[in-house]
Ligand binder design. Structure first.
Ligand SMILES: C[S@@+](CC[C@H](N)C(=O)[O-])C[C@H]1O[C@@H](n2cnc3c(N)ncnc32)[C@H](O)[C@@H]1O
Length: 456
């Protein structure tokens, strides 16, 4: 009997949505899995669709985003330690109790059933006892108990309340600069699911292609259309590549890259870091409308395949698979876009696990790569041509730090005011020559853009 109780009870009735969420949490912890890659397949395999799929997605994403905050709650209730598989059941239960509208009895009993089904009988009463104590207070009350007081440790307080690592809170505070009082709003925006935005690629799609869709045009990109919901993959134009799914911030990066004023010839364009190809497809489509061509380069072969797929309708766009630090070209380019590999701290809304996986030490290798890529991009640009440098991170070492170090080291480039290229976009710090977008102000990822002109 005892042996049977210690094994998972395979015949135990278990809610498939919660079981899938638990499996994703385990894979994130044990195998460094990516939620966005793993979850859709598991939903399909288990036949979870519609409202159940939306519930599972919110349960998984929300729990992982807030996992360290929930750990602070759970550790006060179980100070002797919690085994990792049990902790994941408790994190899911805690999210249902404190952040979803799941009635307490349902959140607790389904967590107990889940424990019996996937771990065994023994921890079930422990899970029951801990979750009943979690349910005894609401989120606000728990946060007051487990977060350091704001007055004593503002960064530590915000880190727990908004579930971000301390170093990320500090990086955002530094990037906001004089607007540091917006930090709580920025952190809160990072915990909300982003709206799905389409890019209606010019010259490929017609207004008719989105006519029947429930949504509204984007605010600043003429190509953006924000949809109210549903699966964008079911839209015919998306399936055949005339329309894409692309954050409006990413569209604005491509628009700056394509529109900052250049003197003279303007028909040879390069996207140095193109995978998976969202910006390349928009840049290529804009270039095609002006009679220009694009080389879309990507170092990783499987990501270059994604670029090929994204630009498959554009006969002015060639894909190359090369290291952007050493790529050779027959002739220099009029425009080069460097959408550099970065920490991705500006897109945390999209990747629930990323905030906990990224480490400050990642900055060393990334900033060295960013410097080298920007340097080589300048080498590949003709005199008078433009280099657009972008990151989906607002971290100052990856943004201004890279641009300023490059300007200090070279006398053949000057800074162009990128913000003037987007005169209608509000909330840009127009005293600086850069564009920095923010989730809490623009509803976009926190994209950074700088433009440099080759002068010698
Ligand atoms: C931020 S992503 C680019 C996103 C892309 N522009 C888009 O909009 O879909 C950076 C890309 O740079 C690629 N990369 C990394 N190191 C590189 C290198 N040395 N040369 C060229 N590409 C590189 C990465 O594989 C990744 O696909």
């Amino acid at each position: 009997m005892a042996e049977r109780r210690d094994r998972p009870q395979t015949r135990q009735r278990v809610d498939p949505t919660r079981k899938v969420a638990w499996e994703v949490l385990r894979a994130v912890e044990e195998q460094d899995a990516y939620v966005n890659l793993l979850l859709p397949g598991l939903l399909r395999d288990h036949g979870i669709t519609g409202r159940d799929a939306a519930f599972t997605t919110e349960l998984t994403h929300g729990t992982i985003r807030r996992s360290r905050t929930y750990d602070a709650v759970l550790d006060t209730l179980a100070p002797k330690g919690i085994d990792a598989p049990v902790r994941d059941v408790l994190r899911l239960g805690t999210h249902q109790l404190l952040a979803m509208r799941v009635p307490s009895h349902a959140a607790v009993s389904t967590s107990v059933d889940l424990t019996r089904a996937v771990i065994g009988h023994r921890p079930a009463s422990f899970v029951n006892a801990v979750l009943r104590r979690v349910a005894a207070a609401d989120l606000e009350t728990w946060l007051e108990r487990v977060a350091p007081p704001y007055g004593e440790d503002p960064v530590g307080h915000l880190a727990v309340v908004h579930a971000h690592p301390r170093w990320v809170v500090e990086a955002f505070r530094d990037a906001l600069g004089e607007a540091a009082d917006e930090l709580p709003a920025l952190l809160a925006a990072d915990n909300a699911a982003p709206q799905v935005t389409l890019v209606v690629r010019p010259g490929l799609a017609e207004p008719d292609d989105i006519a029947g869709l429930d949504g509204e045009p984007g605010e600043w990109s003429p190509y953006a259309f924000r949809i109210a919901g549903g699966d964008p993959g079911s839209i015919p134009g998306v399936r055949d590549g005339r329309i894409g799914v692309q954050d409006e911030g990413s569209q604005l990066v491509a628009i700056v890259g394509a529109s900052a004023p250049v003197d003279g010839a303007d028909d040879r364009w390069l996207d140095l870091c193109a995978g998976p190809g969202g910006k390349a497809a928009l840049l290529g489509a804009i270039a095609a409308g002006r009679g220009g061509s694009l080389v879309a380069n990507e170092i990783t072969p499987h990501r270059a395949e994604l670029v090929r797929s994204a630009v498959r309708l554009l006969d002015n766009t060639d894909v190359s698979v090369d290291d952007g630090r050493t790529l050779e070209a027959a002739a220099p380019f009029d425009r080069v876009v460097v959408d550099a590999p970065c920490t991705g701290l500006g897109a945390l809304r999209r990747r629930p696990e990323a905030r906990w996986r990224r480490q400050p030490s990642d900055l060393e290798s990334l900033t060295a790569l960013q410097r080298d890529l920007l340097d080589h991009a300048i080498d590949l640009t003709r005199v008078g041509g433009l280099v657009t440098y972008a990151t989906c991170s607002p971290h100052l070492r990856e943004t201004r730090g890279i641009v300023e170090a490059t300007l200090a080291a070279r006398d053949d480039v000057e800074l162009v005011d990128a913000a003037t290229v987007l005169p209608d976009v509000p909330h840009l710090d127009r005293s600086a020559p850069y564009v920095q977008l923010w989730p809490h102000l623009h509803g976009t990822d926190a994209m950074f853009v700088a433009v440099l002109r080759r002068i010698d």
